[in-house]
Design a binder for this molecule. Structure first.
Ligand SMILES: Nc1ncnc2c1ncn2[C@@H]1O[C@H](COP(=O)(O)OP(=O)(O)OP(=O)(O)O)[C@@H](O)[C@H]1O
Length: 960
């Protein structure tokens, strides 16, 4: 007997713990070749191993598809495989676990003559050989080898090695002792000894060849090898620890049905026992395959009683299912495979079996006691373990949160990329238009924009915001008035809202809110007028540590919160633009945050850096645009830099509250004259809040500008405040109030009349008038239709504001009193068209106006209208419109598509009416027909006086 102790004991324990884990039974399938007998009988082999794990039934036509044709197992072996291969590639690893103190079992299951015995004899011999090799190689250890061979026949257990063939008595509890006690008391030195024993067993079988073989096919045989091993150095010292494990080789009786094999009398009884054993084995396996719930009936048969430790217990187990390939055995083969499938699911839990001597056990227990006492003495250690667990959980949560944010940011970045692509398309389009009108400013700028975008896109962790300030801003500030520094921003903004505010089903993620930074500077009056609308627009981003949590929660700040932050952010009265740029450039970068987190551990830090990367990548994508889009918003950002650190916050109100006294805004007043803005340019001397929405009516140096000093408010305009205010949204930059519209209209008419007074006439056919205005044309309805169509065409050609078109279209519907307004509209539009067609720039108050700039302004207006769709139309209404126009309901830019559709077809009056109606609803212009005109002072009886007639007629000439 050997013994182990000390370090070896510890190793054993470790090994025991490591091995005490569940594993599935290894299921191998061995297909034998057709026997000579079968070949002679012209049997067909229907089964084929198509690879190392799958066996296939090839004759599926015969049985239809009621059974699976392919079965997969841990390993399948073809008919020409040698048993050595089955052993080496299948059973060996499990069989030899026994030398490590782990019980193991190798079963052979299959119908009669399928090759169970043929396989198991080989497996047993190879295992025994390897065990003896192992024993010879480990002379430092002492081994005891026990060998037994039994047979279970008709529920009787018989010792196959006994000469008298006397049945053995089974112990009640097979776990507690050996079933047979043919024990070799001495350490086996060589392979020959065991071989002799195996030979005896085999000889017994061969001696009674006929009877034994016939019987063997009806009995279960179990050969068991038990190995005990101890370290020699501890032998006889009383503190030995011994490994003891057994390997069982189980050759089961044929699994065919009793009805097929046996019929009556002794044979029936025999069959019943066989089937009882096998049935119990199958039941045990099936129950085990579904988990160890409930009672497992091991004791229902001697076979299962003996094999209990091997089935779902402390043993590693392999089952070799042997199959005949013959077509005539297909049913038995399938049954075997079904058994194999169940066996695949059975798990066992093997562990190293250590038998300790009393001394070793005492030593072990003392050690364990010491360990427990030590733990009790230092409770702090235990509690700190708890703290660490809590800390870990907390960090895990933080990591999850940050990963979520990264995902969100990534999504937004992708969205921004898509928007950028769209934006560049628009710019290209404008560039083309610009080139066609002979101006080259924009193309240069656009090229610069694209270059810078590419650079920032590839900048990775680079803080592109700093670059924005230092490098880009001056360039755009120097932009000539021919470029629209704001329009791309609006485009971006509009799209974003279309995506995130659509239908109220999703809200814009926090980072996206920076896109909602609105054209603040230009809307000072409007945001002040409509705080509700403003509240919807104002969103802030807190990029510094203190407020990042707000971002993480995608929380929109309340109005009050905004104000607090904005006061901090935008206050910059004592800063001029340059100083601001300097401040921003020296603002602590994102890297500072990364460093602060490194101390929190690698994972956290890595995540934080990754997040920064995502943010910066996103910033680099969008940063060029705010620069060119909203100089005023940029100013606000710049002026806040001294106090904001990494806080970025944009707001309409920010500019409203602080901007008026800031030099930044003074500077901005100088750069406001973008083409788009020129469309909305104030008439000089008028209140700032009242802006004209007419395309400029400046006809060059030699013509009379219809943009005039002085008030143009009509008597009715005061009563239109509500209506006017109703469209003063943050998007209202592009939306003309009705009072502004009416004022401009009256002014145009007034100038027109004055020119008529001067005796000028215009030839309408050549863009000039030549008609006596004192009379409404006799064919006025026809004439009205003609003029209306002409005006609609001209609106389209000159990129006239859709809001203007809508007002005009809805106010002037053919009343005889409309004639003068129709004529004025035709006149000014004709002139504008002519100007554009000659590639000339219109001039208004020293600002240029081109076809391209008016197009950009119109695009901007469409964007703004698209924004209003979510506010003015219900989801159902919108969906109906989308469907009507063939716009996909899931299209991300469906609102913009709808806005682009408005007023697009000048020849379809139904389309025009619908467009006018939609725009009217968007801008809350309720058509009230004549009453509305009366209210605005537009409806009046045409003056029939000579004076008016004279004025009308003569003023035409002044426009020639
Ligand atoms: N893989 C094989 N290659 C060649 N011959 C085989 C193979 N498997 C089995 N045989 C032959 O098939 C016959 C039946 O095999 P074996 O006795 O092992 O079947 P068995 O399943 O043990 O039958 P039983 O249940 O009646 O004991 C034997 O003659 C054997 O030599």
């Amino acid at each position: 007997m050997g013994a182990i102790g000390g370090e070896e004991l510890i190793n054993m324990e470790k090994m025991q713990m490591a091995m005490a884990r569940e594993e599935k039974i290894l299921v191998l399938v061995r297909l034998r070749p057709l026997s000579e007998k079968e070949t002679a009988a012209n049997e067909v082999a229907d089964w084929e191993c198509i690879n190392d794990t799958t066996i296939l039934y090839r004759n599926t036509l015969r049985e239809g598809s009621t059974f699976p044709s392919a079965y997969t197992f841990d390993r399948v072996f073809r008919g020409d495989c040698l048993t050595k291969q089955v052993y080496v590639e299948g059973a060996k690893e499990i069989a030899l676990s026994v030398v490590s103190g782990i019980n193991s079992s190798i079963f052979a299951y299959g119908q009669t003559s399928s090759g169970k015995t043929y396989t198991m004899i080989g497996i047993t011999e190879y295992t025994a050989a390897d065990i003896f090799d192992y024993i010879h190689m480990h002379e430092e250890r002492a081994f005891v080898l026990k060998f037994s061979a039994i047979e279970i026949y008709n529920e009787a257990v018989r010792d196959l090695l006994s000469t008298d063939n006397a049945p053995l008595r089974l112990l009640d509890d097979p776990e507690k002792g050996t079933i047979v006690d043919k024990v070799t008391e001495e350490i086996l030195k060589d392979w020959n000894h065991l071989n002799d024993l195996l030979s005896v067993c085999e000889a017994q079988r061969r001696n009674g060849e006929t009877s034994l073989n016939e019987k063997s096919s009806r009995s279960h045989q179990i050969i068991r090898l038990t190995i005990e091993s101890s370290a020699r150095e501890f032998l006889g010292k009383g503190n030995s620890t011994t490994l003891s494990a057994s390997v069982n080789f189980v050759d089961l009786a044929g699994s065919e049905r009793a009805s097929q094999a046996l019929s009556a009398g002794a044979r029936l009884k025999e069959g019943c026992h066989i089937n009882r054993s096998l049935l119990t084995l199958s039941t045990v396996i099936r129950k085990l395959s579904k988990g160890r719930h409930g009672h497992i009936n091991y004791r229902d048969s001697k076979l299962t009683r003996m094999l209990q430790p091997c089935l779902g217990g402390n043993a590693r187990t392999a089952i070799i299912c042997t199959l005949s390939p013959a077509r005539s055995h297909v049913e038995q083969t399938r049954n075997t495979l079904l058994f194999a499938c169940c066996a695949k699911e059975v798990t066992t839990k093997a562990q190293v079996n250590v038998v300790m001597s009393d001394k070793a056990l005492v030593k072990h227990l003392q050690k364990e006691l010491a360990r427990l006492e030590s733990e009790l003495r230092s409770p702090a250690q235990a509690s700190s373990t708890g703290d660490y667990a809590a800390l870990l959980r907390k960090k895990d949560l933080q990591i999850q949160k940050m990963e979520k944010e990264i995902r969100e940011l990534t999504k937004q970045r992708d969205l921004a990329q898509s928007r950028v692509a769209d934006l560049l398309d628009v710019i290209k389009h404008d560039q083309n238009s610009q080139q066609s009108t002979g101006t080259g400013h924009y193309s240069n700028q656009q090229a610069a924009l694209e270059d810078e975008f590419s650079a920032s896109e590839s900048s990775g962790l680079f803080d592109s915001h700093q670059l924005d300030v230092a490098d880009r801003r001056p360039r755009y500030y120097e932009t000539e008035s021919g470029s629209n520094a704001e329009e791309p921003y609006h485009q971006l903004q509009g799209n974003y809202e279309d995506d995130y505010l659509s239908d109220g089903t999703s809200s814009p993620p926090t980072i996206g809110k920076k896109f909602v930074r609105s054209n603040s500077g230009q809307n000072l009056e409007r945001t002040a007028d409509d705080p509700d609308e403003y509240c919807k627009e104002v969103q802030c981003i807190e990029m510094n540590e203190s407020s990042r949590d707000k971002n993480l929660e995608s929380r929109a700040l309340s109005n009050d919160e905004n104000e607090g932050i904005l006061a901090l952010t935008v206050h910059g009265d004592d800063l001029n633009g340059d100083a601001t740029a300097q401040e921003i450039t020296s603002t602590p970068g994102l890297g500072d945050r990364g460093v602060s987190h490194i101390s929190n551990g690698f994972t956290y830090s890595a995540l934080d850096l990754r997040l920064d990367h995502e943010r910066e990548a996103l910033d680099s994508l969008v940063s060029p645009y705010p620069d060119i889009l909203s100089s005023r918003a940029r100013e606000a950002e710049l002026s806040s830099s001294s106090s904001m650190k990494l806080t970025r916050s944009w707001s309409c109100r920010a500019n409203l509250v602080n901007g008026s006294s800031s030099p930044c805004f003074e500077k901005e007043e100088q750069i406001e004259s973008t083409p788009h803005n020129r469309l909305e340019k104030n008439c000089t001397g008028r209140p700032h809040s009242v802006r004209r929405k007419f395309p400029p009516l400046n006809y060059g140096d030699n013509t009379l500008s219809l943009s005039r000093n002085g008030s143009m408010s009509s008597p009715g305009s005061a009563s239109t405040d509500d209506l006017t205010n109703s469209i003063r949204t943050s998007a209202g930059e592009y939306i003309t109030g009705i009072d502004t519209f009416v004022a401009g209209l009256k002014e145009a008419k007034h100038q027109f009349e004055n020119q008529l007074v001067d005796g000028q006439e215009v030839d309408l056919k050549s863009g000039k008038f030549e008609r006596n205005a004192k009379e409404t044309p006799p064919d006025w309805p026809l004439e009205f239709g003609r003029q209306q169509r002409a005006i609609i065409e001209l609106w389209q050609t000159c990129n006239v504001s859709l809001v203007h078109r809508t007002y005009f279209f809805l106010l002037f519907k053919g009343d005889p009193t409309d004639s003068i307004y129709m004529e004025v509209e035709i006149r000014r539009l004709s002139f504008l068209k002519e100007t554009f067609s000659q590639g000339n720039q219109g001039v208004e108050d020293g600002q240029t106006l081109t076809l391209a700039s008016s197009m950009r302004a119109l695009n901007g207006e469409r964007e703004m209208l698209s924004k209003l769709m979510g506010k003015r139309f219900s989801k159902d209404e919108r969906n109906k419109l989308y469907q009507k126009l063939g716009i996909a309901l899931n299209s991300k830019r469906r609102r913009l598509q709808l806005a682009n559709h408005l007023w697009s077809n000048t020849e379809d009056m139904i389309h025009i009416k619908e467009s006018a109606s939609i725009v009217a609803k968007l801008i809350r212009f309720v058509e009230q027909g004549h009453a509305l005109k009366e209210m605005f002072g537009l409806s009046f009886t045409p003056p029939r006086t000579r004076r008016r007639s004279y004025r009308w007629k003569n003023s035409m000439a002044s426009l020639l």
